[in-house]
Design a protein around this ligand. Structure first.
Ligand code: FMN
Length: 253
């Protein structure tokens, strides 16, 4: 594999969940946000909210990354147009714009000696965030990103083997061996760091299954299976939050 400072920043990045008291300067913040803005975009359908109140994990910066149709519609109105594209399509574009901007910010932060961590339950708190920041309609809080100088040191977390991710020319039939190898890579890597033990992050069983896992064998594949095997079966809560923010993605329109 090749390396250079950009690749190194990407490969060394990890989610940081403990921050020092050092406060990033305005210059640092501006640099990170400009790097974020310079990501590729479909339509610049994203904006950022910033709070400098103490964030989760003691981070000094707390960004909320939004899908933002409001500004687009204001610009279109100046041109004498109104939006006819459906909200599902526009949300997909907006989510891509927002995600690319956010990840550029993450890598910029890493390159400046900072760390960061995403917080993913933002869409389910959209109404509260809307009130807190007086958001206009057509702005949807997608994900939060806390940032600051790390107060913990640990190695990067594992990823699936490359051959479980990169499929050239055709998607292969995934063999038991490939699946088990990928699971082992992930589980061994997280166990070696005591990742779930340190965070006390075992997800409770809500279904009729006996708990047999301890922090000696509870790892990523069990954790992620418990999430998507138990949570979010009903889309109503999310559809309601979207509607509160002025987005309608119900099939009936
Ligand atoms: C969309 C998204 C939502 C996330 N939500 C949370 C969260 O709510 N809490 C948290 O501690 N980490 C969260 N993370 C961080 C992931 O847990 C982390 O990226 C993953 O475990 C891989 O670890 P690494 O970033 O250290 O490589 C989130 C990451 C993403 C991309």
């Amino acid at each position: 594999m090749l390396t250079n400072p950009v690749i190194e920043a990407m490969l060394n990045r990890r989610s940081v969940r403990k921050y020092s008291d050092q406060v990033p300067t305005d210059d640092v913040i501006e640099t990170v946000v400009r790097a974020g803005q310079q990501a590729p975009f479909a339509s610049q359908l994203c904006s950022l909210l910033l709070s400098r109140k103490k964030a989760p994990f003691g981070a000094p910066l707390w960004f909320t990354v939004c899908v933002d149709m409001h500004r687009m519609e204001l610009i279109m109105a100046k041109r004498g147009w109104s939006m006819v594209s459906n909200d599902l399509s526009m949300l997909l574009f907006g989510i891509q714009d927002a995600a690319l901007m956010a990840e550029n910010m993450v890598i910029a932060a890493e390159s400046l000696g900072m760390g960061s961590c995403f917080l993913g339950n933002t869409p389910y708190r959209a109404e509260r965030i809307q009130k807190q920041y007086t958001l206009p309609k057509r702005v949807f809080p997608l994900v939060e990103l806390v940032m600051g100088y790390p107060a913990e040191v640990f190695p990067p977390r594992p990823r699936y083997p490359l051959e479980f991710t990169l499929f050239e020319d055709r998607y292969p039939e995934l063999t038991d061996e490939m699946i088990e190898d990928a699971m082992q890579t992930m589980d061994k890597g997280y166990l070696a760091q005591g990742y779930y033990r340190k965070q006390k992050a075992k997800i409770k069983l809500e279904v009729d299954r006996e708990e047999t896992f301890t922090y000696d064998d509870y790892s990523w594949t069990e954790h992620i299976s418990r999430k998507w095997g138990q949570w979010l079966s009903d889309p109503k809560e999310l559809l309601d939050q979207l509607e509160t923010c002025g987005f309608k993605v119900h099939p009936e329109g």
